[in-house]
Design a binder for this molecule. Structure first.
Ligand code: DQA
Length: 151
C-alpha cells in the first residue's frame, strides 16, 4: 500500500526557516526519514511539497482514488499555515474518506493563539505535533498500526 506525505507552504524552507522552532533538518532529510519509515513497513511512499493549496487538494483527491481501490495506507499531512485557514483541505479529506494524520513539527498549542485552531483536525484520524522532524516517522509507524490485518 501507499503512504502520501504532503507538505504545505514554506516547508520547502525547512532548515533555513526559524531553526529555533523547526530545527536544522531540510525537507530532503524529511523525505529520507519517511522513505526509511515506509521501507520498515513495506509501504510505497509518495512525498510532495507545495506552496499552493490547490496542488495539495489534487494530491488528496489522487490519494482518495487510491483509497477507493484499496491501494492507500493513508496520508500524513503537514499543511503548514493552511491548517489554520483551509476549509477546502478539510472538505477534501472528508469527501475522499481517506485516513489522514495531521502533523506539525512544532507544538502548535504552545505557540501563538492563531495556531491553536485547526480545520484539519476534525477530519483527521489522528493529530501529532511537537515531536520535531522525527514526528514524520512516528506518523508513518502509526499508520502501519492502523492497517487491517491481511486477509
Ligand atoms: C507547522 C505549524 C504551522 O502553524 C505553521 O504555519 C507551519 C508549520 C509545523 O510544522 O509546526 O508552517 O505546521
Amino acid at each position: 500500500k501507499t503512504v502520501f506525505v504532503l507538505n504545505g507552504p514554506n516547508l520547502n524552507l525547512l532548515g533555513q526557516r526559524e531553526p529555533a522552532v523547526y530545527g536544522m533538518h531540510t525537507l530532503a532529510d524529511v523525505q529520507q526519514l519517511c522513505a526509511a519509515a515506509c521501507a520498515r513497513h513495506g509501504f510505497a511512499l509518495r512525498f510532495h511539497q507545495s506552496n499552493h493549496e490547490g496542488a495539495l487538494l489534487d494530491w488528496i483527491h489522487e490519494a482518495g482514488r487510491m483509497h477507493a481501490s484499496g491501494e492507500l495506507a493513508g496520508v500524513v499531512i503537514n499543511a503548514g499555515a493552511y491548517t489554520h485557514t483551509s476549509i477546502a483541505l478539510h472538505d477534501a479529506t472528508k469527501g475522499t474518506g481517506i485516513t489522514l494524520i495531521e502533523l506539525h513539527i512544532s507544538n502548535v498549542h504552545a505557540r501563538e493563539p492563531f495556531r491553536h485552531h485547526s480545520h484539519m483536525a476534525a477530519a483527521a484520524k489522528a493529530v501529532l505535533c511537537g515531536f520535531g522532524v522525527p514526528g514524520y516517522g512516528l506518523a508513518i509507524d502509526g499508520l502501519a498500526q492502523m492497517q487491517p490485518p491481511a486477509a
